[in-house]
Design a protein around this ligand. Structure first.
Ligand code: ITT
Length: 192
């Protein structure tokens, strides 16, 4: 029997990464209808991931997976956080605003957080997971891979920004990678 999983995201960068992690999960992936949108009213990444998974599952009558993620900058008291997508109107706009708000602050410490939730067709949450990746915010963007805030997020162990890493390397250390490392084995054993 085909196990169908609706990927509840409108972000193409996330979609590419989720597809790579879920390729061998035993589930066939399908994208949520473009017109189906969920208002992110939660105050935490986990709450918003559950909202998105649950509402898309109920609307489609299928299992659904959602990712809510963002960047928390220490010197900005955790901003933009759950508002990372709403911080500007394009990736470059969001990056410019973040660099402007952080200015010449010497504390450049930050972390990416990713919450992933999987909902059953009736909207009940079946699995949840969260991952964190710490790094630093550069003074100017570097690299052309990835998406979103990747060009300004530098990981000292790798001496690269997320946007300078291969997809495999980013996937092995990123917040999304951490969240999915524990979730995918459980997903593989779930029976629809
Ligand atoms: P969906 O809700 O449709 O999945 P979205 O882009 O609105 O898409 P979020 O509300 O979770 O997703 O917002 C996440 C924000 O954080 C968004 O601006 C992303 O670009 C950024 N972000 C998340 N993961 C990232 C990553 O791995 N690299 C760079 N930026 C990331």
């Amino acid at each position: 029997m085909t196990k169908l999983l609706v990927v509840a995201t409108g972000n193409p960068g996330k979609l590419r990464e989720l597809q790579a992690y879920l390729a061998d999960s035993g589930w066939e992936l399908t994208l949520k209808p473009e017109t189906l949108d969920v208002e992110e009213t939660g105050e935490t990444f986990a709450a918003n991931a559950c909202l998105k998974a649950s509402q898309i599952a109920q609307a489609t009558g299928q299992w659904a997976i959602a990712d809510d993620s963002g960047l928390q900058v220490d010197a900005l008291n955790g901003a933009p956080g759950v508002y990372s997508a709403r911080y500007g109107t394009s990736d470059s706009d969001r990056i410019s605003r973040l660099l402007r708000e952080l200015g010449n602050s010497e504390n450049r410490q930050a972390q990416f957080v990713c919450a992933v939730a999987i909902a059953r067709p009736d909207g009940k949450i079946a699995l949840e997971s969260e991952g964190i990746c710490r790094g630093e915010i550069l003074y100017a963007p570097r690299g052309a891979s990835g998406f979103g805030y990747d060009p300004i997020f530098y990981v000292s162990e790798q001496q690269q920004t997320f946007a300078e890493m291969s997809r495999e390397l980013k996937g092995s250390i990123s917040h999304r990678g951490q969240a999915l490392k524990t979730l995918v084995p459980q997903l593989t054993t779930l029976k629809p």
